[in-house]
Design a protein around this ligand. Structure first.
Ligand code: PFF
Ligand code: NA
Length: 453
């Protein structure tokens, strides 16, 4: 075998990768999307299907991505190119790296808007701006926050600038240094919220709702949503995990780290459910209130409870930290690529990328006010970014990376990189060749509307 490329960077501590990758995985997907999806798709049935998708699609593909990253030691484009070259295959496969990098950028362009909601709500909670006595009143506050492009743009810009500042500082001094305190911090805050929720009076009902499995509630829409969400929540096919994997020391076990990250991500999603739903139920509110769940129902519920404002502040600090540690991972692929391949300094790469990001995210932000009717096929620009990435680019990228690893590359490559015993390797290969691709194809069939299950 040829001598392997040296890593461009390495995590400082043994926990560096786990903290950074968990930071990437745990985000708005867990605390904002997962609870409202569970609410909409009927609770326990959705949770169960979601867990199966994490296990059958998410985990095998995450191993693939970390494998490409560490084997190729570079940003998605370069890493994949090196890995296919090692097997003597066409460098055209690096198109998968391009798509992943673009996907991460596109997700971040709308993610900063939602993260901006979180920061603006933190400010409202602190300054007493979250006062309303009905869901309609809270909806009016949400609407007013969105109505002014200057206001909304201010908050999303703040998120963009913070993200680029951290990423510009580098893998160790920027990313690792920040995830090292933000991740434990957010888990502690989440734990405080759960303890509070236990005494709210709605905890039993929330447990029933999250874990009470009713077969009748299992819908095909819920199944497909769960599958798509498995990609999003584990940050797959967006360049993030692959690039972080390129900084993983040779001696770390890819299988073990993958399981750790996936389990932490799942636990945080369930914990978020346990923090949010008791409060919702205790105040007799609807768990199926959609994307507005944590921005309308939750603050209203808190308002009616002791220490409500304090809990609101804790909640939005936690949400903001979760969003930031994900945001930095989405843009790391681009910054690493500009730095490694184009020789641009990280600081310059970060600011250059940040400017383009700011322009695209501003367009996404405008979808909530002046651009609300700039629609195409009924979707705003914000909706398109979300739809294209979740429904198409992530599943397609995941499919491509799985098939490449499963059928095209020489078997020794992943066998060596994953370091699995024969049984585990055979199981992994079966998942990556057949099970994950089949699941992904179902997402496409649904997205194309060819067939509704
Ligand atoms: N996993 C993140 C979440 O659940 O909020 C979202 C995400 C992060 C998607 C990084 C893609 C990515 F590259
Ligand atoms: Na997640």
């Amino acid at each position: 075998m040829t001598t392997r490329k040296k890593p461009n960077n390495l995590w400082v501590s043994r926990w560096g990768f786990i903290l950074a990758a968990t930071g990437s995985a745990v985000g708005l997907g867990n605390i904002w999307k997962f609870p409202y999806m569970t609410g909409e798709y009927g609770g326990g049935a959705f949770v169960l299907v979601y867990l199966v998708c994490i296990l059958a699609i998410g985990i095998p593909i995450m191993m693939v991505e970390i494998g490409y990253g560490r084997r190729g030691r570079g940003s998605p484009i370069d890493a994949i190119r090196r890995v296919v070259k090692e097997s003597g295959r066409s460098s055209g496969w690096s198109v998968l790296g391009w798509m992943a990098m673009l996907c991460g950028f596109m997700i971040l362009s709308f993610y900063v808007v939602v993260a901006g909601w979180s920061v603006s709500y933190l400010w409202k909670a602190i300054s007493g701006g979250l006062n309303a006595d009905s869901v309609d009143g809270m909806a009016a506050i949400f609407g007013a926050n969105n109505a002014s492009p200057l206001n909304l743009g201010f908050w999303s810009t703040l998120v963009t600038v913070t993200t680029m500042l951290i990423v510009g500082k580098g893998v160790q001094d920027g990313i690792e240094r920040n995830v090292r305190w933000m991740m434990p911090g957010m888990v502690i805050m989440l734990a405080i919220m759960i303890v509070y929720a236990m005494f709210s009076g709605g905890f039993g009902q929330a447990l029933d709702f999250l874990f009470g499995f009713e077969l009748g509630k299992l819908s095909s829409a819920g199944l497909l949503a769960a599958m798509g969400h498995a990609f999003f929540t584990l940050s797959l096919a967006s360049g993030a995990i692959l690039t972080y994997g390129s900084y993983l020391p040779d001696e770390s076990s890819i299988a073990r780290t993958t399981f750790t990250v996936a389990i932490c991500d799942t636990l945080v999603a369930l914990m978020a459910g346990l923090a949010i739903f008791p409060v919702i139920f205790a105040n007799g509110m609807d768990p199926a209130s959609g994307p507005g769940l944590i921005f309308m129902s939750l603050p209203l519920a808190f308002q009616q409870m002791p220490f409500g404002t304090l809990l609101e502040i804790i909640f939005f600090v936690m949400l903001t930290m979760a969003a930031l540690t994900s945001a930095i991972s989405m843009i790391e692929a681009t910054v690493a690529w500009l730095n490694e391949s184009k020789g641009i300094s990280r600081t310059k790469a970060a600011w250059g990328t940040g400017i383009v990001l700011w322009i695209v995210s501003t367009l996404a932000m405008l979808s909530f006010n002046v651009g609300a009717d700039w629609t195409l096929a009924g979707k705003t620009f914000f909706d398109w970014l979300d739809y294209l990435t979740s429904r198409w680019m992530m599943p397609l990228g995941g499919l491509g990376m799985a098939l490449l690893a499963g059928f095209v590359l020489r078997n020794e490559v992943f066998k060596a990189e994953l370091g699995l015993n024969n049984t585990h390797y055979a199981l992994w290969l079966f998942m990556i060749r057949y099970v994950s691709p089949l699941g992904i194809v179902l997402i496409f069939i649904d997205a194309l509307g060819i067939m509704t299950l």
